[in-house]
Write a protein that binds this ligand. Structure first.
Ligand code: NAI
Length: 708
């Protein structure tokens, strides 16, 4: 084994050399060592007398997990990077053109740079296990494949098929990958895989890459530089623009790499890719995305720095309220093996919840056997009788958003809990400390704020009340981890973090509309900024009545009357029955297909704005949210900066391309953001007041996160 963890060994009987990757640490990662290690091992292999072929294998669980992100994150020198990937490309060209067949033995996942190595082999065999994943997910981190991925994959499976995978950063499981042509064969066991690799080498002594054979025809029926190809690329670009509103650079650049590379010879195509790859890697948005989706996300998923427990002591879970949220929470809990009692006061709600769970099993648990499916549903018991909650280790309350009702069910049910049982509320805004007033065990009382739809949304906002104990937090966190959700932990206060951020977003949009800004521009500006769902559309989904109810609660908690144009607009619309999508009418009209923004909005507007336009609207929508995030940090609602980013993106669809609201501020500079806030505070009022923390940062020239 060489210093980088690569070795080459010849099997004299078959003449096949095996290059084994066993880089130090838990996985093989593409970095400078990877290049040097592979080059050295390849030289050794090619030096073997009587060499008939090469198998590239991994000694780790995965084949290769892709680029070393610590390395990628730090790169700011495009030229040096281009040079480096140029070396890698030379190495891969040597591998595929030397004249011996090379097989990738994919006994584990091959992602990004790892899959690119597999692409540079003549044949790919994957272990047929669900844990084995393949693909080029680079765009989800703001970059594109840089070691031939955007050139080899289209030449292997066709332009259209590869565009769909690369531009969306799709990852496929082994069986799907076989269907899509990402791998050539599947094997049931590592031994069978090796056998198949040896057999393929024996049968294909003169293997060549298709693109190195004269007269190469592109698969998929579309040849580059034809009308059909032009149409395909144009349609692809249009679809992408519609989907991302131009906010995401990486998918666009990936399409460009495939397009430009398809028009030139293979060596030039690799250079085209290298330049675009380097341009992406050094970009600001790639840095922001890698920081959030790699560093922050890993820390949050590992619950770093948070209290842990090996055994949360939770087996039986009671869920109060079988509405939309209760049904979802029941399902995800039963899915992970918990015994669930779902309680409501209405049989109709219980029936609907049972139906919902059945549908979920059909849709989300396809891999289960009929017996397993039955067992899963059997773990959810619906009931009208509160006594059935006897002995629950955890109760999650998801009844209507009403403090008195929540107090009542707490008093009624808490005595039935097992000794030391945990009581959690799924409230989306009411302070946990207030709800805990009805509890006899305030130290066991906590907030577990799920998002809708529960099955699809990865986040749970965990709220620590004034009396919540560390032990309760640890147990709640263990539960969240066990149902495979990501937890952020925040301190208590009306609306916690995510609801405040989300309200700032949709209410700023309502305010803009009420002031006479064009609703079409409001929607467009948000999408252009990268927001996952435009504000008026999502407002209609959560319903305007929910917001109107929120105004009342906010007035109660803040002790002041809310009377901005946006508030008046929402109240008027609710009075007129335009409560949102479910009612068939809100900011949009749903009677027409496709839905259309309601033309009556203009009549409800109070005047015409002095200044408007996409850039102006975008700034207001984003600034309103960024300031709210900074306030939550300033007020101690947020305990960790990383949670501001992950909570915003995974919970309420904040623009992923920015890295999060704090990264959005960093990128513009605290001084600039404070200047904008001050200007808007004069025209718009106190909701744009910059918090002290931000002013101090501006004065000191500080950022929330270390910049590279
Ligand atoms: P929902 O209206 O769909 O369901 C509430 C259910 O509670 C109804 O089935 C009702 O019959 C039942 N219920 C009322 N009184 C009860 C009692 N005494 N005992 C047992 N069940 C009782 O409401 P949804 O949307 O499921 O929300 C429930 C809670 O979750 C609310 O506190 C809400 O703020 C919170 N939440 C809602 C989110 C959403 O997107 N809808 C997101 C996050 C939290």
């Amino acid at each position: 084994m060489n210093a980088q963890g690569f070795s080459a060994q010849l099997d004299a009987a078959t003449g096949v050399a095996t290059i084994t990757m066993a880089m130090p640490g838990r996985a093989n990662k593409v970095n400078a060592d990877f290049g040097a290690g592979l080059q050295d091992a390849l030289a050794t292999a090619l030096g073997f007398q009587g060499l008939k072929g090469i198998v590239i294998a991994s000694a780790h669980a995965d084949f290769c997990v892709g680029a070393d992100l610590d390395f990628v994150y730090k790169q700011r020198d495009a030229k040096a990077l281009e040079e480096m990937v140029g070396q890698m490309n030379l190495l891969y060209r040597k591998l595929e053109t030397y004249g011996v067949p090379v097989v990738a033995a994919l006994t584990g996942s091959a992602l990004g740079g790892g899959y690119e190595l597999a692409l540079a082999c003549h044949h790919r065999i994957a272990l047929d296990e669900p844990r084995v994943q393949l693909g080029l997910p680079e765009v989800s981190l703001g970059v594109i494949p840089g070691a031939g991925g955007t050139q080899r994959l289209p030449r292997l499976i066709g332009i259209q098929a590869s565009l769909e995978l690369i531009a969306q950063g799709k990852i496929l499981r082994a069986a799907q990958a076989k269907k899509a042509g990402l791998v050539d064969a599947l094997a049931a066991t590592p031994e069978a895989l090796r056998e198949a690799a040896l057999a393929w080498i024996a049968a294909n002594p003169k293997a060549k890459q298709p693109w190195d054979v004269g007269g190469f025809q592109w698969p998929g029926g579309v040849q580059p530089n034809t009308d059909m190809a032009r149409q395909l690329f144009m349609a692809g670009a249009a679809m992408l623009a519609q989907k991302t509103a131009g906010a995401y650079k990486a998918p666009e650049v990936a399409v460009r790499a495939v397009h430009d590379g398809s028009l030139v010879d293979f060596e030039t195509a690799l250079k085209v890719e290298s330049a675009l790859f380097a341009e992406r890697v050094v970009s600001d948005d790639a840095k922001d995305m890698i920081r959030t989706f790699w560093y922050h996300r890993t820390a949050v998923e590992k619950q770093k720095g948070l209290p842990q427990t090996d055994d949360a002591g939770i087996r039986k879970i009671g869920i109060l309220g079988a509405g939309m949220m209760g049904a979802g929470i029941a399902f995800v809990s039963a899915q992970r093996g918990y015994e669930v009692v779902l309680k409501d006061v209405k049989q109709a709600s219980l029936d609907a919840a049972a139906e919902h769970c059945k549908k979920q099993v059909a849709e989300k648990a396809k891999h289960l056997s009929p017996a397993e499916k039955e067992a899963l549903l059997g773990r959810i018991r619906t009931t009208l009788d509160v006594q059935d909650l006897q002995g629950c280790d955890l109760v999650i309350e998801a009844v209507f958003e009403n403090k008195e009702l929540k107090h009542r069910v707490t008093r009624e049910t808490e005595p039935l809990l097992a000794a030391d049982g945990v009581w959690a509320s799924n409230t989306s805004a009411l302070p946990i400390t207030d709800l805990a007033e009805a509890s006899a065990h305030k130290e066991n009382f906590i907030g577990l704020h799920f998002f809708s739809p529960v099955e699809a949304m990865p986040l749970v906002e965990v709220i620590v009340g004034r009396a919540t104990s560390e032990k309760t937090l640890a147990r709640a966190l263990a539960y969240v981890r066990s149902i495979k959700k990501t937890a952020i932990v925040v301190n208590d206060g009306y609306g916690f973090y995510t609801t405040r951020l989300f309200s700032a977003y949709i209410m700023e949009a309502a305010q803009l509309v009420a002031q006479g800004h064009d609703p079409v521009l409001v929607e467009w500006a948000a999408r252009k900024a990268g927001m996952v769902i435009s504000p008026l559309k999502v407002f209609d989904e959560v319903t305007l009545s929910l917001a109107a109810h929120g105004f009342e609660m906010m007035e109660h908690y803040k002790g002041e009357k809310l009377d901005a144009p946006g508030v008046r607009l929402v109240r008027k619309m609710v009075e007129a029955g335009r409560t949102g999508k479910a009612a068939g009418a809100g900011f949009y009209d749903y009677q027409t297909k496709p839905r259309k923004l309601w033309t009556g909005l203009r009549e409800l507007a109070e005047g015409t704005p002095a200044e408007t336009g996409v850039a102006y609207i975008e700034r207001r929508l984003m600034l309103a949210q960024a300031l709210e995030a900074a306030r939550c940090l300033d007020e101690g609602i947020l305990r960790e900066k990383r949670d501001a980013e992950i909570g915003a993106i995974m919970g309420v669809g904040f623009a992923p391309n920015t890295g999060g609201p704090l990264a959005w501020i960093d990128r513009r500079g605290a001084a600039q953001v404070v200047a904008w806030a001050d200007a808007f505070a004069t025209t718009e009022g106190a909701r744009f007041a910059a918090p002290k923390l931000l002013r101090d940062m501006a004065a000191r020239g500080e950022t929330f996160f270390e910049q590279v």
